[in-house]
Design a protein around this ligand. Structure first.
Ligand code: NAD
Length: 273
């Protein structure tokens, strides 16, 4: 099944659905990524912090797909916000991945207590200028962090990867992103699984003959966000990609959006350090 793309603010196209790899054990990652490629996935979301860049890169190599057909994102680890550290960490990522360039490189967390995210952003701008990242962006940035990047930087981030799911709709950040031409990527799009037991989601799923996960992922893509659900179960990886052949009605969309209860599964971006 073919997966649609979203166009970033520099013209680069990103597949709207990818495979998340957080907490995938390196020994399982390669096989799972290969299964995902078979199911039509062409977008992988990893990070220095996940310690599986090597396995992700091995899977990309083993798949033998043309490089331009695969979209690989990785993220700068928290310890490396200082300019030279960021450049060196990026070099290590390319080496681990076995790639000459990545498609998207993100600052993983703003770490306001450390206070170096605009310095890290300057390093990402240099990496972007060198052509070794086709796009650069941020993750877990609140509007006040993004405002500093927009004021002090010269490149507008292509994406902001933040927590979004039916129990945490994160509307303020999504609206800020949209107003500035920044694509929102929704991390933990399934709320790490908990939201799938919600009765409203179950009712809509039954009405469409779909699984709760498919309904939640479909809600995200109809809102325009980019998603990369994670599952270590191959059958679920396949199921999660089968969301482009049905549509939620305006009523379904509103019912899922109404589930928002401001409940994060992860840290608040101002507190993580
Ligand atoms: P998720 O919302 O994708 O949920 C994953 C869990 O949902 C699985 O472990 C499984 O228990 C369940 N699940 C998945 N598919 C299912 C299905 N079809 N049916 C039933 N249950 C199913 O959670 P996640 O892994 O935290 O987030 C996805 C990706 O987002 C990560 O792998 C990572 O790439 C990214 N992420 C980024 C950040 C960040 O700070 N930038 C933080 C967390 C996650």
């Amino acid at each position: 099944m073919s997966i649609p793309t979203v166009t970033l603010n520099n013209g680069v196209e990103i597949p709207q659905l990818g495979l998340g790899t957080y907490k995938l054990p390196p020994q399982d990652t390669r096989d799972l990524v290969l299964r995902a490629f078979d199911a039509g996935y062409r977008h992988l979301d990893t990070a220095q912090m996940y310690r599986n860049e090597r396995a992700v890169g091995e899977a990309v190599a083993a798949a033998g797909l043309p490089r331009e057909e695969v979209f690989v994102t990785t993220k700068l680890n928290n310890a490396f916000h200082a300019h030279d550290d960021a450049l060196a960490a990026f070099d290590r990522s390319l080496e681990e991945l076995g790639l000459d360039f990545v498609d998207l490189f993100l600052i993983h967390w703003p770490l306001p207590a450390v206070g170096l995210y605009t310095e890290a952003w300057a390093a990402l701008e240099e990496i972007y200028a060198s052509g070794r990242a086709r796009a650069i962006g941020v993750s877990n940035f609140q509007p006040h962090h993004l405002r500093r990047v927009l004021d002090e930087g010269t490149v507008v981030p292509a994406v902001n990867q933040v927590e979004v799911h039916p129990w945490f709709a994160n509307e303020e950040v999504r609206a800020f992103d949209a107003a500035h031409g920044i694509v929102t990527e929704a991390w933990s799009p399934l709320g790490r699984g908990a939201v799938l037991a919600d009765p409203t989601v179950a009712r809509i799923a039954a009405a469409h003959g779909r699984s709760p996960a498919q309904v939640v992922l479909r809600w995200h893509v109809q809102r325009g966000d980019v998603v990369f659900p994670k599952s270590a179960t191959p059958e679920r990886v396949v199921e999660n990609a089968r969301i482009f052949d049905f549509e939620l009605s305006a009523e379904d969309m509103a019912a899922v959006t109404a589930l928002d209860r401001g409940e994060r599964t992860g840290s608040h971006p101002d507190e993580e350090n």
